[in-house]
Design a protein around this ligand. Structure first.
Ligand code: GDP
Ligand code: MG
Length: 163
């Protein structure tokens, strides 16, 4: 069924991707956005903001019992903004996780964002939804429906062809 995260397994699938404050402070926004853009995914929404503690806590609510939860919320709400985005296209949730790389940058493929630019798990630059259900939750949490654009990039049929 079609939700705010599109339809799973089709070219309408959407993922929530966020450049964390270290990525913004280190001026890596353009390089990170380019990875998704050049792969052929569609930018559906983008904004920079400093999230409230309530928003950061809700975003990471699954991790509330972990020892690093408090420092994670502090990191995300540091005062340096994040860049929140929605990307769309075939398999974008799984491919987004591959572009981002393993949670611990020391285990991340060197071709991934974390493997190329990050060293510490607590400063790993970027977030991407890990499943269709979390994408649905996260897009709804960070964006209003009116902020999500509906358009077709010029190369879309070439990139998303399945024949
Ligand atoms: P992700 O989906 O790859 O981002 O990883 P998780 O959902 O497991 O964790 C969310 C975020 O919490 C990670 O991206 C890190 O910023 C942070 N995190 C995860 N594990 C650790 C840890 O062991 N120590 C610290 N300081 N932060 C962690
Ligand atoms: Mg996660």
């Amino acid at each position: 069924a079609k939700t705010i995260a599109g339809e799973k397994g089709t070219a309408t699938e959407r993922s929530f991707v966020m450049i964390k404050p270290d990525g913004v402070s280190r001026q890596l926004v353009g390089k990170i956005v380019s990875r998704f853009e050049e792969r052929g995914y569609k930018l559906v929404a983008i904004k920079s903001l400093t999230p409230s503690p309530a928003l950061a806590k809700e975003h990471y609510s699954d991790l509330s019992a972990r020892p690093f939860y408090g420092s994670l919320v502090k990191y995300i709400t540091s005062g340096t903004p994040v860049v929140a985005m929605v990307w769309e296209g075939k398999d974008v949730i799984r491919q987004g996780r591959r572009i981002v790389g393993a949670t611990n940058p020391q285990d991340a493929d060197p071709g991934s964002v974390r493997g190329q630019y990050a060293v510490s798990v607590g400063r790993n630059l970027i977030h991407a939804s890990d499943a269709f259900d979390s994408a649905t939750k996260e897009i709804g949490l960070w964006f209003a429906e009116e902020e999500l654009s509906d358009y077709e990039p010029i190369a879309w049929p070439w990139v998303m062809a399945d024949n």
